[in-house]
Design a protein around this ligand. Structure first.
Ligand SMILES: *Cc1c(COP(=O)(O)O)cnc(C)c1O
Length: 481
């Protein structure tokens, strides 16, 4: 399998080449040249693999269609090492839980648990694999990598727990001082591994992001200190997420003629884009529902055909903060497919149109209707009040607590669900990560997994630095000696 850029660059690359790269050289995103087709015999075989051997074996089957520059035994071993009960808490890795809702009669609604990994958010599903892939590939190349990132919570902790103790890798993770939830701060700052560096900066998330961009744009510094990233545009992260769409499907159905739908709490469009890839491969997905919070850039597009990125000032701070985005960094991948893989037009929309006006409009283009008709996309938006109400309803009728992002997914899914088609709502975090809103909704603290008892009291390792590019560069240089 070779990979191409959504903006038409002539290069065709292999998996391990793009693994350590971010954007393609022309600013586009990498996608496989084609989607392997698995409907029919392959899907039937994969159902058996899932049933007999479980998640890691299924992951291997899927990855081996996309990765041909890692020897088979090594790829299999990487999957077995990554997706274990010890790391993800259950033998199924992504178990389904049926729940009672107000959905149309005859519609089963399930939560698919993606958040039982080390940091209790779905980003672990991909980041744990990325840690093992990076370590493997860097060792093969006798190379080193210094990962520089900015986080408002989930990404940074998922990256640190995936990279801690890994040979050849250091992590420098900036976060806005005092702005993450106490639980998230404790998760990150209690890591004492030598290769993990927490950097707290005064300001908000975007200030951290700006500093990270400025450091990475200094190409001399970047190559001297081997700076890399782990952001959600990385194709390997997306590929890792494809697996749980298949695993969810096999759990919710008993034969391959059945269809299911997925509802996906969405921000940067990484999670639901993996669902799009699964569907393009032939997984019988009826609907792919994009659920947003008040930051409804994506809902607006799927309703109207207009994609309008927001300014930082127009981006709301919400109680599902991991979906607080001003633009959706993976969205270009879907638009490329929607436009019939027209790279010149994709480039025009994302580089020229968005670059100058911050908007593009496909409402008059006949292709736009295909987003729903051919690709199965639907969308909806959820607000703080919706979130509280959904959390309350699920607790009242099921005696379980769901987190705020999952609540957005469920709220949007219920009215759109089709009778007879199972609806799988992706559970993207555990409620303990967003305890304040759970207390607001239910008047009680969410349950805390035993391994996180008392983490707020653990010793913390975090460096406060002035919010300047130079201070961050100096810190990195001093710790790469
Ligand atoms: C990152 C995140 C999301 C959004 O996922 P995208 O891939 O950015 O669309 C949703 N929920 C939680 C809990 C997250 O951490």
């Amino acid at each position: 399998m070779r990979y191409l850029s959504t903006r038409g660059h002539a290069d065709r690359k292999q998996f391990c080449e793009i693994l350590l790269e971010g954007l393609a050289p022309d600013g586009g995103l990498y996608l496989p040249e084609s989607y392997p087709q698995v409907a029919g015999a392959t899907l039937a075989r994969w159902r058996q693999v899932w049933q007999a051997q479980g998640y890691a074996a299924l992951a291997f089957e899927i990855f081996s269609l996309y990765i041909d520059d890692i020897p088979t035994q090594d790829l299999r071993a990487l999957c077995q090492k990554t997706y274990t009960q010890a790391v993800f808490g259950t033998p199924e890795i992504v178990p389904l839980k049926a729940i009672k809702t107000h959905a149309a009669q005859g519609t089963q609604v399930f939560l698919e648990a993606l958040s039982n990994g080390p940091t209790l958010a779905f980003k672990d599903m991909a980041m744990q694999l990325l840690g093992n892939l990076f370590e493997y590939e860097l060792a093969r190349r006798h190379a080193q990598l210094n990962i520089l990132g900015a986080t408002s919570g989930d990404t940074g902790s998922a990256a640190e727990y995936a990279m801690r103790g890994k040979k050849g890798i250091r992590v420098f993770m900036t976060s806005p001082s005092g702005r993450m939830s106490p639980f998230q701060q404790a998760q990150m700052f209690s890591l004492l591994d030598e290769n993990i560096h927490n950097i707290a900066l005064q300001g908000v998330f975007d200030d951290c992001q700006d500093i990270v961009k400025a450091v990475s744009n200094d190409l001399t510094f970047k190559s001297q200190y081997k700076i890399g990233t782990v952001n959600s545009i990385n194709w390997a992260r997306l590929l890792a997420q494809v697996v749980y769409y298949f695993a969810g499907y096999f759990q919710a159905t008993s034969n391959d003629q059945q269809q299911v739908s997925f509802s996906v709490p969405s921000g940067n469009f990484g999670n639901v884009c993996a669902g799009h890839v699964a569907r393009m491969m032939g997984l019988p997905i009826a609907q792919l529902i994009v659920a947003t919070n008040e930051n409804d850039v994506l809902d607006e597009f799927f309703r109207t055909g207009v994609y309008r990125v927001r300014t930082t000032a127009d981006t709301h701070e919400t109680s599902s903060p991991s979906m607080d985005i001003s633009k959706a960094s993976n969205f270009e991948r879907f638009v490329f497919d929607l436009l019939g893989r027209d790279a010149a037009r994709t480039k025009f929309l994302f580089q020229d149109q968005l670059g100058t006006s911050g908007v593009f409009d496909l409402s008059q283009d006949p292709l736009f209707a295909q987003a729903r008709q051919r690709y199965g996309f639907l969308s909806g938006k959820s607000t703080h009040a919706n979130r509280l109400q959904t959390i309350q309803e699920v607790f009242a009728s099921n005696h379980i607590m769901i987190d705020t992002h999952t609540a957005d997914g469920l709220k949007v899914a219920v009215p759109l669900a089709q009778p007879g088609v199972p609806m799988l709502v992706l559970e993207t975090a555990l409620p303990i990560k967003f305890a304040a809103t759970l207390v607001e909704a239910l008047g009680r603290e969410p349950e805390r997994p035993p391994k996180f008892q008392g983490i707020e009291a653990l010793p913390k390792r975090v460096q406060e630095l002035p919010t300047t590019v130079q201070a961050v560069k100096d810190y990195i240089a001093a710790h790469c000696a």
